[in-house]
Design a protein around this ligand. Structure first.
Ligand code: SAH
Length: 478
């Protein structure tokens, strides 16, 4: 009841200018699998290194080696990463799509997110929090709702993975501030996991007005500051660096940016898709198939697999496993929102530049690369340490969270036609099945005890309903 009152107060609250909608990237579809037919790579021997002095790296090491990446940067210009990759490929042969994607996105000097991270109207792609403040407000309410349902612990960490420009955290913190009477006895801190120094700076500006300080080397955070609303904020490069403790995790359009492996069924069995230099055009890249199965093929393809093309993101599996372990041990919840599927889709790897589809192998480092999240894989990787809910469609989640009421209030409070039209356009972008309403999904990790009614432990015959989980159940808003 207290939550409903709080939520009603918030949904009816103040007005800010709506954000300008641009085209989201989730709605675009790739060409169907049938067109994905890279040539089978001839069997080894691998090409002899044609460059004398590449820094040695163990075969399994990440291609994205700091020193080599920084050397690439020193060369400068948009082609630096391509040149660096070509040198690597000539020296040691084709690489997995995962290695290519990691290099293109997070190479320490020339990766897309490291250098550019073009989120927003003037960038390469737009995300829900950048479209409307309502999105982040409803997510803020979700966390407060779960905090209340779990007995209002006296402290919690909000941990966001891949916070982009910091807009979502900003909107959530505004909700926390508006509901400060509800949270008054709770010690809240914010922990942001961000690999991109460039985006870290933008987040610091957005959330603290630039008032941050680097952390001493012996602390796990690389930067810290205080939010405009007085909440301490810490930045990390890896989820493992975030201190343990009761935490609410958030990953919005984060898992889709992690490197995927791609596999193709052939007459000879499963083969991994690799990236190589195009022999016809030595400064261009192409997909090839491994001549035999690779360790990844053995590990990631299930014997019962029926699809002909499969994408797997082991890094997402490791991270979700960590979140599940933390939630099981310390309590809390995780909310994952992304475009994706439940183990049914095939070839979804795509690139975006300036809000348009971009060839994934062309000009690496200058475009966002992304692949749909496989929620069935995430569910499997929790290893039943937590309960999972979803994936459910974004339009259902937001509707259950009260987006219609919030829209009505904002429309009533706005005086000019342009603002009202903007509000309606943003709503349409988030909710319309043709836009982001159907292709984006919400998925949650909760401790098992969250969905067991306290009565039922002692009285299994108890008929009282389970406490609903906001967003995944319809909450009555009267
Ligand atoms: N959540 C934001 C941004 C999504 S873009 C939004 O919805 O607007 C992906 C974000 O994840 C960026 O902030 C990018 O820098 C970050 N990122 C990508 N790979 C990462 C990794 N391996 N570790 C941490 N952050 C990463």
């Amino acid at each position: 009841m207290a939550l409903l009152l709080a939520r009603r107060a918030l949904l009816a609250g103040g007005r800010r200018a709506p954000r300008a909608p641009a085209r989201p990237r989730g709605e675009r579809r790739l060409s169907p699998l049938g067109t994905f037919s890279p040539p089978l790579l001839p069997p080894p021997p691998r090409r002899a290194p044609s460059l004398p002095a590449l820094p040695a790296a163990p075969p399994a090491a990440r291609l994205c080696s700091g020193a080599a990446g920084e050397a690439a940067a020193a060369a400068g210009g948009a082609g630096a990463l391509l040149r660096h990759l070509c040198r690597k490929l000539r020296a040691s042969g084709p690489v997995t799509v995962a290695e290519y994607m990691r290099e293109a996105l997070t190479n320490p000097a020339q990766g897309y997110y490291t250098r550019r991270g073009g989120i927003g109207e003037s960038g390469d792609f737009i995300t829900s929090p950048e479209i409307s403040q309502v999105f982040g407000e409803l997510i803020g309410i979700w966390y407060i709702s779960e905090w209340m349902a779990m007995g209002k612990p006296n402290t919690f960490q909000l941990v966001e993975l891949g916070p982009g420009r910091g807009t979502l955290t900003e909107d959530i913190l505004r909700v926390f501030s508006q509901l400060s009477s509800v949270l008054s006895k709770c010690d809240v801190s914010v922990h942001l996991v961000e690999v991109s120094p460039k985006l870290g700076e933008i987040q610091a500006q957005m959330l603290t007005g630039g008032k941050v300080q680097p952390s001493p080397k012996d602390e796990s955070a690389y930067m810290k500051g205080m939010s405009k609303t007085g909440i301490p904020i810490f930045w990390y490069r890896d989820i493992q660096d975030v201190p343990s403790g009761y935490s609410f995790y958030l990953a919005h359009e984060f898992f889709d940016a992690l490197p995927i492996h791609k596999f193709q069924r052939t007459e000879k069995g499963w083969r991994e898709v690799l990236v190589d230099i195009d022999p016809e055009a030595p400064d261009q890249l192409r997909f090839v198939l491994s001549p035999s199965s690779t360790p990844a093929t053995e590990n990631f393809i299930q014997p019962e697999e029926t699809r002909d093309h499969v994408e797997v993101c082991p890094e997402a599996g490791v991270i979700i496993q960590r979140l599940a372990c933390r939630i099981e041990k310390d309590g809390g919840a995780a909310l994952v929102a992304d475009y994706g599927h439940d183990g049914t889709k095939t070839d979804t790897f795509r690139g975006f530049q300036n809000h348009k589809l971009h060839d994934v192998l062309s000009a690496p480092g200058t475009a966002d690369l992304t692949a749909d999240v496989d929620f069935s894989y995430l569910r499997k990787m929790t290893q039943e340490r937590t309960t999972t809910l979803g994936p459910i469609k974004q339009r259902e989640f937001l509707k259950n969270m009260g987006i219609d009421l919030r829209l009505q209030v904002l429309l009533q409070n706005s005086r000019d036609t342009a603002t009202r039209e903007q509000l309606l356009r943003s709503y349409d972008m988030l909710m319309n099945p043709e836009n982001m309403g159907d292709c984006f999904n919400f998925f949650a990790l909760l401790p098992h005890h969250r969905l067991v009614h306290p009565d039922k432990k002692d009285k299994p015959e108890s008929k009282s309903p389970l406490p609903p989980v906001a967003g995944f159940n319809e909450l009555l808003l009267k």
